[in-house]
Design a protein. Structure first.
Length: 112
């Protein structure tokens, strides 16, 4: 039994609507979408957040951004926002690194 939700998705134990995969990453639709395109890109390996990933496996940061770009293009939303909520105070609720790919509607700036 996986103790981490996104490790469960990576292993296939927990179903997800997968839209892209690479050797080190998986992209799937967010359960509670905040935009017409709202996809999460995770690493297959468990890492806490993007700051930990950048130290432990910097090549995976690049691969994750590459997958996010491919997803945005494939979804027809090449203008997109890539968000890493990092630490609970910033809105992180799942402690397995993930990038939110958001697009398909006007995105306010500053985000608030
Ligand atoms: P965070 O709040 O950590 O930045 O983002 C976690 C995201 O995971 C949220 O947007 C939430 O909607 C999404 N999420 C939570 N549980 C599940 C799930 O079981 N499946 C999917 N596909 N997304 C989930
Ligand atoms: Zn995990």
């Amino acid at each position: 039994v996986e103790t981490c939700l996104f490790c469960g998705i990576a292993s296939g134990d927990i179903p997800a609507d997968i839209v892209a995969e690479s050797s080190g990453t998986i992209a799937f639709r967010d359960l509670n979408p905040q935009a017409p395109t709202h996809v999460l890109v995770i690493t297959r390996e468990h890492h806490l957040d993007v700051t930990e990933l950048a130290v432990a496996a910097p090549d995976l940061v690049a691969e994750l951004v590459r997958t996010a770009t491919l997803v945005a293009d494939a979804q027809g939303t090449p203008a997109f926002r890539l968000v890493f909520n990092t630490r609970a105070e910033a809105g992180q609720s799942v402690f397995h690194v993930h990038a939110h790919v958001l697009g398909g509607r006007p995105l306010l700036w500053p985000p608030g």
